[in-house]
Design a protein around this ligand. Structure first.
Ligand SMILES: NC(=O)c1ccc[n+]([C@@H]2O[C@H](COP(=O)([O-])OP(=O)(O)OC[C@H]3O[C@@H](n4cnc5c(N)ncnc54)[C@H](OP(=O)(O)O)[C@@H]3O)[C@@H](O)[C@H]2O)c1
Length: 326
């Protein structure tokens, strides 16, 4: 088969579409013939040499895919050759075939095209596990989503609105904020021109955000704690603004607030399978009714992954950028 390989770390030009051995599905795994994959920030870090795949994962980039089951490994039940699926991966999505633990497979949701289904697993599992399983967002509460027009952000807005939460977002351009409003966002904050702490205070009559989904890490730590409501929950999923920050414990304590930080890729298989099962139960019905949809900026041929990485690094996209296998 062919896959995008990274012979040495560096810029997008280091991504090489090359012939490689086919993966063999092990115990409890299936072989998926990939139809599409999607670009995630983590793939860019992996290409640059800053984010090695976890032990046992494929060396090729790609944290999600859609496709058809081509073979079942030993001990797999409940799936059949030919089934159309999408899957959460530890790596290896930028390839014509990938071996996937059966617990990380999802059926293609009703009404969703097989290619576009590749836009779902990583964002749905990340948002569901952080905003709902950990931070326990409830109807009527207020969620602040940083990077509202990102792949993650576009899914967080839709899922939070579907449970009756109020949603505020930050983004860097008017066009991106307008798109977030179309998805249902109630409060729009241009982080280049406005102070999000002041804007959240204004929008909530001084009470703050109950939950914050944060991609920035250190750079926003202090201001995120300021923007939290009493009993608020800050869920950190990214470090685009650095990994080490100073925490005002007094401010956190005074609000009886909590901070969580998780990475989906590094979780044990059992935890990933539990998240996938929860997503199938709670989010798949919303996709089938059209209440929630994948947001796709564009589809590019998989061998042109370098072009897709340039686009995402320049933040020239809204939602997901897909890579379609030849
Ligand atoms: N922990 C996990 O398990 C996990 C899983 C998946 C993703 N993530 C993380 O989630 C984040 C989003 O991922 P993605 O794949 O959806 O990435 P993406 O589409 O590339 O989005 C990155 C976003 O960051 C925003 N941004 C940049 N500077 C900002 C600032 N100062 N304030 C607010 N937003 C800012 C960009 O907004 P503008 O374009 O408007 O500047 C853009 O929307 C990334 O940090 C990624 O690493 C974590």
């Amino acid at each position: 088969m062919h896959a995008i390989t990274i012979p040495e770390p560096g810029g997008p030009e280091k991504l090489v579409w090359d012939e490689v051995p086919d993966p063999v599905p092990g115990e409890g795994e299936v072989l998926v013939e990939v139809v599409a994959s999607a670009v995630n920030r983590a793939d860019i870090l992996q290409r640059q040499g800053f984010y090695d795949p976890p032990p046992g994962a494929s060396a090729y980039p790609g944290l999600e895919c859609s496709g058809r089951i081509a073979a079942l490994g030993p001990g797999v039940s409940g799936w059949a050759v030919g089934d159309e699926v999408c899957a959460l991966l530890g790596g290896g999505g930028y390839a014509e075939k990938v071996a996937v633990p059966a617990g990380q497979l999802l059926p293609v949701p009703e009404g969703i095209d097989l290619v576009r289904a590749a836009a779902l697993p990583e964002v749905v599992c990340t948002v569901w596990s952080n905003v709902f399983m950990v931070a326990q967002l409830r109807p009527g509460e207020r969620l602040l989503v940083h990077g509202g027009s990102s792949g993650i952000g576009t899914m967080a807005i839709q899922l939070a609105k579907s449970v009756g939460a109020e949603v505020a977002v930050t983004a860097g351009t008017k066009e991106k904020l307008d798109f977030c409003a179309e998805l249902g966002a109630d409060v729009l904050i241009n982080y280049r021109e406005q102070d999000f702490v002041a804007e959240i205070e204004r929008a909530t009559g001084g009470s703050g955000a109950d939950v914050i989904l944060d991609n920035m890490g250190a750079k926003y730590l202090d201001r995120n704690v300021q923007a939290l409501a009493a009993n608020g929950r800050l869920a950190i999923i990214g470090m685009q603004g650095g990994a080490k920050g100073e925490l005002n414990i007094g401010a956190l304590l005074g609000k009886r607030a909590a901070i969580s930080a998780t990475s989906l890729r590094a979780r044990p298989l059992g935890e990933k399978a539990a998240i996938v099962a929860a997503v199938r139960e709670h989010v798949w019905p919303l996709l089938a009714t059209g209440q929630v949809r994948p947001v796709v900026d564009r589809e590019l041929p998989m061998p042109e992954a370098a072009e897709a990485h340039r686009l995402v690094e320049a933040s020239g996209h809204i939602g997901k950028v897909l890579l379609v296998a030849p």
